[in-house]
Write a protein that binds this ligand. Structure first.
Ligand SMILES: Cc1cc2nc3c(=O)[nH]c(=O)nc-3n(C[C@H](O)[C@H](O)[C@H](O)COP(=O)(O)O)c2cc1C
Length: 346
């Protein structure tokens, strides 16, 4: 499965076309809109988010079910036609490198496409994939675990840390953890480098604007331990093998091992801050001004990370087991989940 997105932040609409979705998937647009709301109406976002994103499926659907043909999704944009009004290159944004690459002579043009607004339609695509994963018994959840230098355990803490940043006229980065539960072992590849499951997740999750690190399982903390301290020892768990810990984050040798798949994402603080030194399009020094902007993208990025992870996993599953219809995929997936272990030990 693959998909392409099109659209600018203040263009008429965002569009995605998914290729390779099996036929027969009952798609609820309410569920897509719920996920869009979780990206849009969370703490830390700007007032533009009072607009309510609604997805519309315009092809590849018959009687509410996918047909196997390209599935096109559209999300109309609010504020259409009204571009960014800054005349300088914003540090930490695409503005300057986009202008140097494409010779726009306009610091705002690259940002129109590079804007995280595009993640709305990726979230819609992932919400479709998530509905198919539900049929395979797979859950996908993301939660904020850190904002700035504070570990997060409750929504109240999220509000408190974001309010503190607002009071200082600052922006805030942080961490989130995405967990995919109920995945059988055997998805991905050790034999083909470009199909290693951890690499597929890492590349896709790193494509979320602001994400600067993606870790699988224990991630960078692996280096704090001796090998024996972090080995995921194996026991016979009856109907399947079990690891007594999950430091590897559910993936060994590029293949799912039947444990939860766990990724941690670190996001940099939102780069739109006033008073930063920069230059305008003529190279004259100036300071960045006040632009409408989110204060913290981490809560919103949870929905995006869930969506993107759902798509990556579904795509890897279909790559592995194949199938033109939803029933075929479910049947092949369940049989694959059972065979390897059962044949050998049951
Ligand atoms: C959901 C989400 C919302 C974002 N909102 C803003 C925003 O309002 N203002 C801003 O300056 N950056 C925002 N960002 C971050 C920028 O899009 C991002 O930092 C910028 O495009 C540069 O990309 P890079 O940080 O990956 O290099 C947001 C990111 C995400 C994931």
């Amino acid at each position: 499965m693959r998909f392409l997105t099109a659209g600018e932040s203040h263009g008429e609409k965002l569009i995605a076309i998914i290729e390779g979705l099996p036929s027969g998937l009952v798609i609820s647009t309410d569920k897509i809109d719920e996920m869009l709301a979780r990206r849009q109406n969370v703490y830390g976002r700007s007032e533009r988010q009072s607009l309510r994103d609604k997805a519309k499926i315009v092809s590849g659907l018959n009687d509410g079910k996918s047909t196997g043909a390209p599935l096109a999704i559209e999300i109309p944009n609010g504020n259409c036609g009204k571009k960014g009004d800054f005349e300088y290159y914003r540090p930490g944004h695409v503005d300057m490198v986009a202008d140097m690459k494409y010779c726009f002579g306009d610091p705002t043009l690259g940002a129109e496409r590079a804007s995280a607004r595009e993640t709305a339609v990726r979230t819609a695509v992932g919400a479709v994939a998530k509905q198919m994963l539900e049929l395979l018994g797979i859950t996908v959840n993301a939660r904020v675990t850190r904002l700035g230098d504070v570990d997060i355990e409750s929504n109240e803490q999220i509000k408190r840390e974001i309010d503190k940043a607002v009071a200082k006229g600052e922006t805030l980065g942080g961490r989130l953890v995405v967990t995919l539960g109920g995945v059988i072992s055997g998805i991905g590849s050790y034999a083909f480098w470009d199909r290693r499951l951890d690499a597929l997740f890492a590349g896709a999750l790193m494509s979320i604007p602001s994400v600067k690190a993606v870790e699988c399982g224990l991630g960078v903390r692996f280096c704090d331990f001796y090998g024996s301290e972090v080995a995921d020892c194996i026991v016979n768990g009856g109907n399947r093998p079990k690891r007594i810990s999950n430091n590897c984050g559910g993936i060994e040798g590029g293949i799912s091992n039947g444990e939860d798949i766990v990724f941690t994402l670190t996001l940099k603080p939102i780069p739109s801050i006033s008073g930063l030194s920069t230059v305008n399009k003529f190279g004259d020094p100036c300071k960045s001004g006040n632009v409408r902007s989110d204060v913290c993208a981490v809560p919103a990025a949870c929905a995006v990370a869930e969506a993107i992870s759902s798509f990556v996993l579904l795509s890897a599953i279909i790559d592995c087991v194949g199938g033109d219809t939803v029933d075929e995929v479910i049947d092949r997936y369940n049989r694959k989940g059972a065979t390897a272990w059962n044949k050998k030990y049951l």
